[in-house]
Design a binder for this molecule. Structure first.
Ligand code: MN
Length: 162
């Protein structure tokens, strides 16, 4: 009889653990949590404002890409910079801004895909009022990574959006 009780207990534990796990998954869906947590706060002179990074994949000699999910709180943005091997941005949350040198600021939002060609100066970030998260894919990392330039000034950031 004791043998049976042990099995019943084990079954009950597994059953309730499974229910609990399902409940957590349902809660995640209900609250629409992002697939990737926002990660660690970035401490770097290459950004203005509060920026978070979840480094998802480091480059290697087979793939030659690095991948990170970057979250910009409202008002936050990168410095001007360019990528020797180019970059692709997949916007996963919110609304942000993207600008290439001598071109108007573009609004980017959840679902947008932006290709940053190699060696073209640009910046990306949140809007002044809304946070934005994108997955940044550094491409052709065997050619080279980001080259960082000066900050995007408040005047540059607050230009009228065309
Ligand atoms: Mn970039």
């Amino acid at each position: 009889m004791k043998y049976h009780l042990n099995y019943i207990l084990l079954f009950a534990i597994v059953f309730f653990a499974a229910c609990n796990n399902n409940q957590k998954m349902e809660e995640k869906k209900l609250h629409n949590e992002p697939a990737f947590p926002k990660g660690e706060k970035v401490v770097s002179e290459n950004f203005t404002g509060s920026v978070w990074l979840n480094y998802l994949a480091e480059t290697d000699s087979i793939h030659n890409v690095n991948i990170g999910s970057v979250t910009f709180e409202a008002g936050a943005r990168t410095n001007w910079h360019y990528h020797k091997g180019g970059q692709i941005l997949l916007v996963t949350e919110g609304k942000g801004l993207y600008q290439e040198k001598d071109k108007p600021i573009e609004i980017i939002e959840k679902g947008d895909v932006m290709k940053c060609p190699p060696n073209i100066e640009h910046w990306h970030g949140a809007t002044p009022t809304e946070a934005m998260t994108h997955i940044a894919i550094g491409t052709n990392t065997n050619i080279g990574g980001a080259i960082w330039l000066g900050p995007v000034t408040d005047d540059e950031y607050n230009q009228r959006i065309q």
